[in-house]
Design a protein around this ligand. Structure first.
Ligand code: GDP
Ligand code: MG
Length: 163
């Protein structure tokens, strides 16, 4: 069985853009957890000859901030339970948000490899802006642009090393 990698993070950071760039075959599976149908997409990918399954976590957004935050927590808990490695994606355009801090708090306790992926780093100025994410306390990070593909190779090199 191939390793499972989950992509988590708040909405609009670019999780699906990254996922779609990597997968060769989308498996349209929706799974029911706690009676709520969650938007989770599964796909297969490989890098440097190592195959892995990728989960793009969507979230079931009901409109209320409370439910919204809870949903992200649930997605993170699911990822912690089932994944062999976690990609935690954040957005350099918006910078660090409260939700990023909450997710970091959960991920700092996890005994699995966590890769902090700072997305939307489309140019050098944005690479400089990315340093503020050290404040999340997750250590080293990877900057990337899911739209133009820069930086994705470095992240994947590090990822497949731990799988
Ligand atoms: P998700 O909600 O985390 O799955 O985010 P999406 O993949 O749906 O992307 C949200 C928005 O961010 C879309 O308009 C994307 O085109 C945009 N986006 C994703 N990746 C990048 C990137 O690397 N650079 C820029 N500038 N925009 C991006
Ligand atoms: Mg998405």
């Amino acid at each position: 069985m191939s390793a499972i990698v989950a992509i988590v993070g708040r909405p609009n950071v670019g999780k699906s853009t990254f996922f779609n760039r990597l997968i060769q075959r989308r498996e349209a599976i929706v799974d029911a957890v706690s009676g709520v149908t969650r938007d989770r997409h599964y796909g297969k990918s490989d890098w440097n000859g190592k195959e892995f399954s990728l989960i793009d976590t969507g979230g079931y957004v009901l409109g209320s901030e409370d439910v919204f935050e809870k949903e992200i927590d649930i997605q993170v808990e699911l990822a912690i339970g089932e994944a062999d490695a976690i990609i935690f994606m954040v957005d350099v355009e918006t910078g660090v948000t409260g939700m990023d801090e909450d997710v970091s708090k959960l991920l700092r306790k996890v005994n699995k490899p966590v890769f902090l992926a700072i997305n939307k780093v489309d140019n050098a100025q944005r690479a400089a802006d990315a340093v503020e994410f050290y404040a999340l306390g997750l250590g080293e990070y990877y900057t990337l642009s899911s739209i133009n593909g820069s930086g994705t190779g470095e992240l994947l090199d590090a990822l497949v090393k731990v799988l």
